[in-house]
Structure formats: structure tokens, C-alpha cells
Design a protein around this ligand. Sequence first.
Ligand SMILES: N[C@@H](CCC(=O)N[C@@H](CS)C(=O)NCC(=O)O)C(=O)O
Length: 215
Amino acid sequence: MLRFHGYFRSSSSYRCRIAFNLKAVGYEFVPVHLLKDGGQQKQAGYRALNPQMLVPTLEAGDLAIGQSMAILEWLDESYPDPAFLPASPDDRARVRAFADIIACDIHPLQNLRVLQYLRENYDEDQDGVERWCQRWIGDGLAACEAMLRKQETPSTFCFGEQPGLADICLVPQVFSAHRFKVDLTDMPRIRAIHEACEALPAFAEAHPSRQPDAE
Ligand SMILES: N[C@@H](CCC(=O)N[C@@H](CS)C(=O)NCC(=O)O)C(=O)O
């Protein structure tokens, strides 16, 4: 049995929920509240599983995997159908580069601990924090939009007619963009792909508002 530790609003947890749904793989959910009790991710029991004190973590037997991208790869390798990556090395590199813009270059800058640090050490108020998020999410998603626009024939999902790793990363990032009031007006490809994904149950059921720990 798989045990998945996550938080409804965490976008890296959201990525994994979409992936579980696309693969039709069941799991036991263990909520980790990132704000209650000073942050349950910092408690000794969870820290023993995930020394970074971040969600998500996937337990598979004796294995405890932190880092959502490692979880997505593990899922794709353990349950190959449907595949999250295309077949050719060139296409795979393109999808990974897109996903990495989000996972490596956008998401870390809007993470809870970074925003808390801005508030506590730089006296930023809600407005300042929102402007910070708008800058980095906006820049990163603009690069994603430019990558999508390079396609001669626009596809329904990021890179094809089936959702894959790029879409799994994009949809939670758009959720965060809405949360921090990022203007997506000039990003029509992202908006259209987001809408196509949301129409699929695997994505819709993974939405933060539909999780057992949602507030
Ligand atoms: N690169 C990590 C990022 C994990 C991460 O930043 N998780 C956030 C929620 S999305 C978290 O646990 N934040 C808690 C904190 O900042 O204390 C991944 O993809 O799993």
C-alpha cells in the first residue's frame, strides 16, 4: 500500500495527486498541515521521513520518497501506462525543460518558507509578498507560454493530445498564479491547456478544494 503525505494547497502535492489519478493508482492519504502546530512538517515523526521538512512524501514499503519530481518519475517507472513522457529523446528533453521551469525556477521562489522569510526578515506585507510572487511566477510562466507558442500546430495539452509531465506541473502552477493574482491575460496557450486539463476527472479531482483536508 502506498501512503502519501501531503497538504491540499501545496502545489507539489497537487502534482502528485494528478499523477496518481492519471495512473489510476490508489493510496492512503496522510494530511500534513503546513501551518498548524507551527507546521506539522517540522515535527519529529515527519522529519524522520523527510529530512527537508517539506511535503510531499510518498511511502512505498520501506522506501520514503521526498521531492515531487522524484515521486512522479517513480510512479512513471513503476506504472508505465499511460506514459508521462514522449518516446524520443528530443521530445522528452523538451517536456522536462518545460517542467523544470516550473519545478526548479518558479515554485521554490513562492514556497511557504521563502514567503515567511520575506515577511519576517524583510518586513514585507501581503502586498509586497504578492508582488514578489507575481514577478517570479509571471516571468516563469511567460517563458512556458513562449515554449508552447513555438509549436507549429498547437496541441490540446502542452506537448500532444495526451496530458503528461508538463501538464502535471502546469496546472498546480496556474492554481498558485491565481492565488497570487498573476495576470495571465497574455498567456492564451496556458489558459487553453489549463482549461483542457481541468475538464479531465484526473485533474479536476486533484484540485485542492476537493481534498479531504481542504479548508
Ligand atoms: N522541490 C520540492 C518542493 C517541496 C515544497 O516546497 N513543498 C512545500 C509545499 S508546496 C512545503 O512543504 N512547504 C513547507 C514550508 O515551506 O515549510 C518538491 O517538488 O517536492
